[in-house]
Write a protein that binds this ligand. Structure first.
Ligand code: SF4
Length: 391
């Protein structure tokens, strides 16, 4: 059950299998950071055991033409959201800035705190940045029609299914992300195809959208978005390379953490929240004018995406901790740790997007929000899957 109450999950496995069997379609996958530390548990690997290489091999055997990493788009998110934060901080406007990469939180804010919507970052989530960018770039690059390119997300999350269906994430009715599978659904497809997951030889991701940095990969854990943005913003503020990329101050298990950092003569006040009860408490503080935070990260699920409703159900808190630890281990073993160092992201701006936060970047990588408080109870039940939320 989705802890965000975001929607009644519907499996799209049949639609994905149909697309994979259609020779006129090019089907690509994007895999979210947290999936790599969750999927292995479905095949009796220890919790948190990263299985990216075997997952790529499995997806290729299922028929995917290319397998990419949502971490690439998380790097893009860091740059766009970090720049947005610096601009707001310089102007002293629309602070605190709330993160917007968790659709469970975005929907909760639209339903319960529409007065805070101007404070949400206008950045799309990494899933949606990936979809819009790839649907713009790949058809031209590969000489195929947009309608024949199918983007399938592998996500730790059921709320991502709702997000992918939002009308603002489509062009002329054609969605940027066609289908969303959860970690558990992918495991069922692998089983259903008779693949022996643990015996597969690892394979590598496809370029260029398969390359991400450690900043993008830690998006999967609570505190990761804040840390990734700090790795970007601190270098922008000081104009100097970071001596260390680790911001241990923002890591931890508590559902509501605070940190105050001095960066280049500026004081940054941060809050990191996971779980919607904690999100409500912080949102109420901001609405009441009792908050001094500059940046607030909100993730709806316990521990962030590593604890998403589409992941294998963790046996205990230790399982969640191991997944988090493994994501930070991935960061350590990745060759690069700052989004601004991702050379494929830089190339993307140089050749396609133009300026960070510029016109094209805005149209493909940003979005807008709407109050859902005034919709009818019936519609709200459909959106939330929870009649209690209509009260
Ligand atoms: Fe989805 Fe992650 Fe948000 Fe949970 S925390 S609802 S898994 S995006």
């Amino acid at each position: 059950v989705c802890p965000t109450g975001a929607l009644v999950p519907r499996s799209e496995m049949d639609e994905v299998l149909t697309a994979l069997a259609d020779p006129t379609k090019t089907v690509v996958a994007q895999v979210a950071p947290a999936v790599r530390v969750g999927l292995g548990e479905c095949f009796a690997s220890p919790a948190g055991d990263p299985v990216m290489g075997r997952m790529v091999a499995a997806l290729k055997r299922l028929g995917f033409d290319a397998v990419y990493d949502t971490t690439f788009a998380a790097d893009l998110t860091v740059i766009e959201e970090g720049q947005e934060f610096l601009t707001r901080a310089a102007a002293g406007e629309k602070l605190p800035q709330f993160t917007s990469c968790c659709p469970g939180w975005v929907q909760f804010a639209e339903q319960s705190f529409p007065e805070l919507l101007p404070n949400l970052s206008s950045c799309r989530s990494p899933q949606q940045m990936f979809g819009s960018l790839v649907k713009e770039m790949l058809p031209e690059k590969q000489g195929i029609a947009r309608k024949d390119l199918i983007v399938v997300s592998i996500m730790p999350c059921t709320a991502k299914k709702f997000e992918a269906r939002r009308p603002e994430f489509a062009v002329d009715g054609s969605p940027d992300v066609d289908f969303v599978l959860t970690t558990q659904e992918l495991a069922r497809m692998i089983d259903g195809a008779g693949l022996r997951f643990n015996s597969l030889e690892p394979e590598s991701l496809d370029m260029p959208f398969g390359f991400g940095t450690g900043a993008g990969v830690i998006f999967g854990a609570s505190g990761g978005v804040t840390e990734a943005v700090l790795r970007f913003a601190a270098e922008k503020i000081t104009g100097k390379p970071l001596a260390s990329v680790d911001f241990a101050e923002v890591r931890g298990d508590s559902g509501l953490r605070e940190a105050t950092l001095e960066v280049g003569g500026k004081t940054l006040r941060l809050a990191i929240v996971h779980g919607l009860a904690n999100a409500r408490a912080v949102a109420e503080q901001v609405v009441a004018g009792n908050s001094e935070y500059d940046l607030i990260e909100v993730m709806a699920c316990p521990g962030g995406c590593i604890g998403g409703a589409g992941q294998p159900v963790p046996k205990d808190l230790a399982d969640r901790k191991r997944r988090t630890k493994d994501l930070y281990q991935c960061d350590k073993t990745f060759p690069l740790h700052k989004a601004q160092d991702n050379m494929f992201v830089t190339e993307c701006y140089d050749k396609f997007l133009g300026d960070v936060g510029g016109h094209k970047a805005h149209s493909l990588l940003h979005t807008h929000y709407q109050s859902r408080r005034r919709v009818s109870d019936e519609t709200l039940v459909l959106l939330s899957g929870d009649p209690a939320q209509t009260k």
